[in-house]
Design a protein around this ligand. Sequence first.
Ligand code: SF4
Ligand code: SF4
Length: 82
Amino acid sequence: MFAKLIIKPATSLDNKTGSWRSGKKPKFLHNKCTGCRMCYLLCPEGCISGSKKFYDVDLDYCKGCGICSVVCPVEDIVMEKE
Ligand code: SF4
Ligand code: SF4
């Protein structure tokens, strides 16, 4: 029996891992963002981008872990059902 192997390194951009999502996705409210960048820095998938006081998620790669929502100090990110 053979397991499926990923031979090429750094292929994560080719694999839209958002299809594995937990059933919830983050919604960026864009109301109170202070631009602290905590969501951007702590997202394990690196799928949050933005600048100044406007950040958003690339749902093609988000796995719905909810970390961004937990670390946002002003509760400007909520998790919602798919
Ligand atoms: S839910 Fe998780 S994977 Fe998705 S944007 Fe937030 S921290 Fe990143
Ligand atoms: S964690 Fe919240 S306040 Fe900080 S940049 Fe992200 S959305 Fe803005």
